[in-house]
Design a protein. Structure first.
Length: 234
């Protein structure tokens, strides 16, 4: 279900049964890639609330592979665009890693959206919660726009909540300088072990291992597996 709305605050999101807040602060920009993005208007532009835009290059299609730094529950998308360059048909995929255009066109989407963006409008697209629960990645395929040769996206907010609870507004006190390196390593191990434990099946654990192996060191991954297996045996 899609709503044409002005800028939304947390209370308005709650009133529309879209629980949560912007999860853009949990997006890993280093591992997030967008296929067919313009080099002068990359995907990072659309996650910043200003006039910078994400624009396509060779044609109107875009394929945005978003990776989060921790598991999240996604409940909605807020899209800001206008005119014939605005995206219209979106296909969303969860628990998919590094999809290409052929994959996005041939595979069944977790959900398909049809946006109706008027001049300088924003739209809130509410998602089916169970299909985007406890995800570490989200793929957004812009299949069609309103008729232009290229697609422009002024802003994109991924809305939801952290799977482990807690607000994005919460801050943690920085550890003393001498302990930062050890804390960082220990925190990474604990996070990966928790992610493995959160998976409900062997396939989920395997996908989790494949994902984290591509973005973290082998030693951290090995220690996380040891913690996970020790907990499973107990």
């Amino acid at each position: 279900q899609v709503f044409r709305l002005p800028a939304l605050g947390p209370l308005q999101l709650q009133a529309m049964a879209c629980p949560g807040e912007s999860l853009n602060g949990l997006i890993n920009m280093r591992s997030t890639v967008c296929l067919n993005e313009s080099s002068s208007h990359p995907a990072t532009n659309c996650f910043v609330d200003d006039e910078a835009q994400l624009r396509s290059d060779a044609d109107h299609q875009l394929l945005l592979n978003i990776h989060f730094t921790e598991p999240v529950h996604v409940s909605a998308l807020r899209v800001a665009a206008s005119g014939e360059e605005a995206p219209v048909t979106l296909k969303l995929f969860a628990i998919k890693l590094n999809m290409g255009f052929e994959d996005a066109e041939s595979e069944a989407a977790a959900q398909e959206l049809h946006l109706e963006l008027e001049h300088d409008a924003q739209a809130i697209a509410r998602l089916t919660p169970l299909r985007f629960k406890n995800v570490h990645s989200l793929v957004i395929f812009v299949e069609e726009n309103a008729g232009a040769e290229v697609t422009s996206l002024r802003h994109l907010d991924v809305i939801g909540v952290r799977a482990r609870g807690g607000s994005m507004l919460e801050t943690r006190a920085a550890p003393p300088a001498g302990k930062r390196a050890r804390a960082a390593g220990g925190g990474a191990v604990a996070e990966l072990a928790a992610r493995l434990s959160a998976q409900g099946c062997e396939e989920g654990a395997a996908r989790c291992l494949l994902e984290v192996a591509s973005v973290t060191g082998k030693e951290v991954l090995r220690k996380a597996c040891e913690v996970f297996l020790a907990a499973a045996v107990d």
